[in-house]
Design a protein around this ligand. Structure first.
Ligand code: ADP
Ligand code: MG
Length: 239
Protein backbone atom coordinates (compact mmCIF):
# COMPACT_ATOMS: atom_id res chain seq x y z
CA UNK A 1 0.00 0.00 0.00
CA UNK A 2 1.26 3.45 -0.87
CA UNK A 3 0.24 6.82 0.48
CA UNK A 4 1.70 9.55 -1.63
CA UNK A 5 1.64 13.29 -0.73
CA UNK A 6 -1.92 13.20 0.56
CA UNK A 7 -3.65 16.47 1.37
CA UNK A 8 -6.99 16.74 3.11
CA UNK A 9 -9.02 19.76 4.18
CA UNK A 10 -12.21 19.94 6.19
CA UNK A 11 -13.28 23.44 5.19
CA UNK A 12 -10.54 25.76 6.40
CA UNK A 13 -9.00 23.04 8.51
CA UNK A 14 -5.92 21.58 6.77
CA UNK A 15 -5.98 18.13 8.34
CA UNK A 16 -3.46 16.11 6.29
CA UNK A 17 -0.45 18.00 4.99
CA UNK A 18 1.57 16.00 2.53
CA UNK A 19 1.40 12.58 4.14
CA UNK A 20 3.49 9.92 2.41
CA UNK A 21 4.33 6.41 3.50
CA UNK A 22 4.53 2.89 2.21
CA UNK A 23 3.20 -0.18 3.92
CA UNK A 24 4.67 -3.40 2.58
CA UNK A 25 2.94 -6.76 2.82
CA UNK A 26 3.17 -8.05 6.39
CA UNK A 27 4.16 -4.67 7.83
CA UNK A 28 2.58 -3.50 11.05
CA UNK A 29 2.49 0.29 11.09
CA UNK A 30 1.58 1.93 14.38
CA UNK A 31 0.12 5.43 14.02
CA UNK A 32 0.48 7.44 17.20
CA UNK A 33 -0.08 11.07 18.09
CA UNK A 34 -2.28 13.47 19.96
CA UNK A 35 -5.99 13.72 19.47
CA UNK A 36 -6.73 15.84 16.40
CA UNK A 37 -3.43 15.14 14.64
CA UNK A 38 -5.16 13.40 11.70
CA UNK A 39 -4.74 9.68 12.45
CA UNK A 40 -8.37 8.66 11.97
CA UNK A 41 -8.72 10.82 8.89
CA UNK A 42 -5.71 9.12 7.33
CA UNK A 43 -7.15 5.64 7.96
CA UNK A 44 -10.52 6.75 6.59
CA UNK A 45 -8.83 8.04 3.44
CA UNK A 46 -7.14 4.66 2.98
CA UNK A 47 -10.42 2.80 2.61
CA UNK A 48 -12.17 5.57 0.76
CA UNK A 49 -14.44 6.74 3.57
CA UNK A 50 -13.02 10.23 2.94
CA UNK A 51 -12.09 11.98 -0.27
CA UNK A 52 -8.65 13.56 -0.57
CA UNK A 53 -7.71 16.97 -1.93
CA UNK A 54 -4.44 15.93 -3.54
CA UNK A 55 -2.03 13.01 -3.67
CA UNK A 56 -2.70 9.35 -4.15
CA UNK A 57 -3.40 6.22 -2.16
CA UNK A 58 -2.88 2.85 -3.81
CA UNK A 59 -4.12 -0.30 -2.09
CA UNK A 60 -3.40 -3.63 -3.69
CA UNK A 61 -2.76 -1.93 -7.03
CA UNK A 62 -6.01 0.07 -6.86
CA UNK A 63 -6.00 3.88 -6.79
CA UNK A 64 -8.53 4.40 -3.98
CA UNK A 65 -9.68 7.85 -5.07
CA UNK A 66 -9.76 7.36 -8.84
CA UNK A 67 -13.30 8.03 -10.11
CA UNK A 68 -13.43 4.58 -11.70
CA UNK A 69 -12.65 2.75 -8.46
CA UNK A 70 -15.42 0.58 -7.07
CA UNK A 71 -15.25 1.49 -3.39
CA UNK A 72 -17.48 -1.36 -2.31
CA UNK A 73 -15.13 -3.91 -3.79
CA UNK A 74 -12.10 -2.06 -2.41
CA UNK A 75 -13.56 -2.16 1.10
CA UNK A 76 -13.98 -5.90 0.76
CA UNK A 77 -10.20 -6.06 0.67
CA UNK A 78 -9.61 -3.59 3.49
CA UNK A 79 -10.92 -4.54 6.92
CA UNK A 80 -11.56 -1.80 9.46
CA UNK A 81 -12.08 -2.08 13.19
CA UNK A 82 -13.25 0.97 15.13
CA UNK A 83 -13.40 1.96 18.76
CA UNK A 84 -17.14 1.19 18.80
CA UNK A 85 -17.74 -2.37 17.69
CA UNK A 86 -21.08 -1.72 15.92
CA UNK A 87 -22.25 -5.32 15.91
CA UNK A 88 -25.83 -5.87 14.74
CA UNK A 89 -27.61 -6.38 18.08
CA UNK A 90 -30.42 -8.51 16.64
CA UNK A 91 -28.10 -11.00 14.93
CA UNK A 92 -26.17 -13.84 16.54
CA UNK A 93 -22.41 -13.63 16.73
CA UNK A 94 -21.99 -16.06 13.83
CA UNK A 95 -24.54 -14.17 11.68
CA UNK A 96 -22.67 -10.94 12.37
CA UNK A 97 -19.49 -12.57 11.10
CA UNK A 98 -20.94 -14.05 7.92
CA UNK A 99 -23.47 -11.37 6.91
CA UNK A 100 -21.13 -9.44 4.60
CA UNK A 101 -19.49 -12.46 2.92
CA UNK A 102 -22.96 -13.92 2.22
CA UNK A 103 -24.42 -10.63 0.95
CA UNK A 104 -21.45 -10.02 -1.33
CA UNK A 105 -21.65 -13.63 -2.51
CA UNK A 106 -18.12 -14.33 -1.38
CA UNK A 107 -19.52 -17.51 0.15
CA UNK A 108 -22.81 -19.38 -0.08
CA UNK A 109 -25.24 -19.65 2.82
CA UNK A 110 -24.23 -23.28 3.21
CA UNK A 111 -20.63 -22.30 3.77
CA UNK A 112 -21.50 -19.69 6.41
CA UNK A 113 -21.47 -21.86 9.56
CA UNK A 114 -18.00 -23.26 8.83
CA UNK A 115 -16.63 -19.80 8.06
CA UNK A 116 -18.14 -18.36 11.26
CA UNK A 117 -16.60 -21.18 13.27
CA UNK A 118 -13.18 -20.72 11.69
CA UNK A 119 -13.13 -16.94 12.15
CA UNK A 120 -14.45 -17.04 15.70
CA UNK A 121 -11.95 -19.72 16.69
CA UNK A 122 -9.24 -17.46 15.36
CA UNK A 123 -10.21 -14.79 17.90
CA UNK A 124 -10.72 -17.31 20.70
CA UNK A 125 -14.54 -17.29 20.62
CA UNK A 126 -15.30 -20.65 19.05
CA UNK A 127 -17.66 -21.40 21.94
CA UNK A 128 -19.77 -18.24 21.37
CA UNK A 129 -21.14 -18.96 17.88
CA UNK A 130 -24.78 -18.75 18.89
CA UNK A 131 -24.50 -16.00 21.50
CA UNK A 132 -26.10 -12.61 20.96
CA UNK A 133 -23.79 -9.58 21.13
CA UNK A 134 -25.47 -8.30 24.30
CA UNK A 135 -24.41 -11.48 26.10
CA UNK A 136 -20.73 -10.72 25.50
CA UNK A 137 -18.25 -8.46 27.25
CA UNK A 138 -16.85 -5.46 25.41
CA UNK A 139 -13.61 -7.30 24.77
CA UNK A 140 -15.47 -10.27 23.33
CA UNK A 141 -17.61 -7.98 21.16
CA UNK A 142 -14.52 -6.31 19.78
CA UNK A 143 -13.03 -9.73 19.01
CA UNK A 144 -16.23 -10.56 17.10
CA UNK A 145 -15.81 -7.29 15.19
CA UNK A 146 -12.28 -8.41 14.26
CA UNK A 147 -13.58 -11.84 13.20
CA UNK A 148 -16.23 -10.09 11.09
CA UNK A 149 -13.56 -8.05 9.30
CA UNK A 150 -11.39 -11.15 8.78
CA UNK A 151 -14.32 -13.06 7.26
CA UNK A 152 -13.93 -10.96 4.11
CA UNK A 153 -10.29 -12.16 3.75
CA UNK A 154 -8.88 -8.62 3.67
CA UNK A 155 -5.42 -7.83 2.31
CA UNK A 156 -5.05 -5.03 4.84
CA UNK A 157 -6.52 -4.39 8.28
CA UNK A 158 -7.02 -0.90 9.72
CA UNK A 159 -7.52 -0.53 13.46
CA UNK A 160 -8.64 2.82 14.87
CA UNK A 161 -8.21 2.82 18.65
CA UNK A 162 -9.73 -0.63 18.82
CA UNK A 163 -9.16 -0.88 22.57
CA UNK A 164 -9.91 2.69 23.67
CA UNK A 165 -13.54 2.07 24.64
CA UNK A 166 -12.77 -1.03 26.70
CA UNK A 167 -12.46 -1.43 30.44
CA UNK A 168 -8.76 -1.78 31.25
CA UNK A 169 -9.05 -5.47 32.17
CA UNK A 170 -10.44 -6.26 28.69
CA UNK A 171 -7.77 -4.49 26.65
CA UNK A 172 -5.25 -7.33 26.81
CA UNK A 173 -7.44 -9.98 25.16
CA UNK A 174 -8.04 -7.72 22.13
CA UNK A 175 -4.37 -6.77 21.84
CA UNK A 176 -3.46 -10.46 21.95
CA UNK A 177 -5.75 -11.18 19.00
CA UNK A 178 -4.21 -8.27 17.09
CA UNK A 179 -0.74 -9.55 17.93
CA UNK A 180 -1.66 -13.04 16.68
CA UNK A 181 -2.85 -11.52 13.42
CA UNK A 182 0.40 -9.63 13.06
CA UNK A 183 2.36 -12.86 13.64
CA UNK A 184 0.27 -14.58 10.98
CA UNK A 185 1.54 -12.02 8.47
CA UNK A 186 -1.47 -9.70 8.17
CA UNK A 187 -0.65 -6.21 6.90
CA UNK A 188 -1.92 -3.72 9.45
CA UNK A 189 -2.19 -0.01 10.16
CA UNK A 190 -2.96 0.48 13.81
CA UNK A 191 -3.89 3.74 15.54
CA UNK A 192 -3.24 3.08 19.18
CA UNK A 193 -2.48 4.64 22.54
CA UNK A 194 -0.99 1.35 23.72
CA UNK A 195 2.68 2.21 23.47
CA UNK A 196 3.86 -1.14 24.84
CA UNK A 197 1.91 -2.85 22.08
CA UNK A 198 3.34 -0.50 19.43
CA UNK A 199 6.83 -1.13 20.72
CA UNK A 200 6.45 -4.90 20.77
CA UNK A 201 4.47 -5.49 17.58
CA UNK A 202 5.03 -2.66 15.10
CA UNK A 203 7.55 -2.82 12.30
CA UNK A 204 7.40 0.97 12.04
CA UNK A 205 6.01 3.73 14.23
CA UNK A 206 4.66 6.92 12.68
CA UNK A 207 4.17 9.89 14.98
CA UNK A 208 1.59 12.26 13.53
CA UNK A 209 1.48 15.88 14.56
CA UNK A 210 -0.50 18.72 12.96
CA UNK A 211 -1.41 16.62 9.94
CA UNK A 212 2.14 15.55 9.18
CA UNK A 213 4.24 12.48 9.83
CA UNK A 214 6.47 14.36 12.21
CA UNK A 215 8.81 11.55 13.15
CA UNK A 216 9.06 7.93 12.09
CA UNK A 217 11.25 4.93 12.72
CA UNK A 218 11.56 1.48 14.20
CA UNK A 219 9.88 1.09 17.58
CA UNK A 220 13.21 0.69 19.37
CA UNK A 221 14.64 3.85 17.84
CA UNK A 222 11.43 5.86 18.31
CA UNK A 223 10.85 4.98 21.94
CA UNK A 224 14.51 4.54 22.87
CA UNK A 225 15.76 7.72 21.25
CA UNK A 226 12.95 10.12 20.28
CA UNK A 227 14.36 12.96 18.20
CA UNK A 228 11.87 15.79 17.94
CA UNK A 229 10.74 17.77 21.00
CA UNK A 230 7.12 17.12 19.99
CA UNK A 231 7.54 13.35 20.01
CA UNK A 232 9.62 13.45 23.19
CA UNK A 233 6.81 15.33 24.87
CA UNK A 234 4.21 12.92 23.51
CA UNK A 235 6.13 9.88 24.77
CA UNK A 236 6.43 11.44 28.22
CA UNK A 237 2.73 12.23 28.30
CA UNK A 238 1.57 8.69 27.50
CA UNK A 239 3.83 6.55 29.68
P1 ADP B 1 -7.15 11.98 15.38
O1 ADP B 1 -7.75 10.69 14.92
O2 ADP B 1 -5.66 12.02 15.30
O3 ADP B 1 -7.64 12.38 16.74
P2 ADP B 1 -8.82 13.16 13.35
O4 ADP B 1 -8.35 12.61 12.07
O5 ADP B 1 -10.05 12.59 13.94
O6 ADP B 1 -7.62 13.13 14.40
O7 ADP B 1 -9.09 14.72 13.21
C1 ADP B 1 -8.15 15.59 12.59
C2 ADP B 1 -8.80 16.95 12.43
O8 ADP B 1 -9.85 16.86 11.48
C3 ADP B 1 -9.42 17.50 13.70
O9 ADP B 1 -9.21 18.90 13.71
C4 ADP B 1 -10.88 17.18 13.53
O10 ADP B 1 -11.67 18.10 14.22
C5 ADP B 1 -11.07 17.29 12.04
N1 ADP B 1 -12.13 16.42 11.51
C6 ADP B 1 -12.12 15.06 11.55
N2 ADP B 1 -13.21 14.57 10.94
C7 ADP B 1 -13.94 15.63 10.50
C8 ADP B 1 -15.17 15.77 9.80
N3 ADP B 1 -15.88 14.70 9.39
N4 ADP B 1 -15.60 17.02 9.53
C9 ADP B 1 -14.89 18.10 9.91
N5 ADP B 1 -13.72 18.03 10.57
C10 ADP B 1 -13.24 16.82 10.87
MG1 MG C 1 -8.97 9.36 15.94
Amino acid sequence: MQIDSVEKHFGENHVLRGVSTEVAKGDIVALVGRSGSGKSTLLRCVNGLETIGAGRIVVDGVDVHAPSTDLASLRQRVGMVFQSFNLFPHLSVSANVTLAPVLTKKITRDEAPALAKRMLERVGLGQKLNAMPSQLSGGQQQRVAIARALAMSPQLMLFDEATSALDPELVGEVLRVMEDLARDGMTMMVVTHEMAFARRVASEVLFMNQGRIWERGTPDRMFGDPQTPEFQQFVQSVV
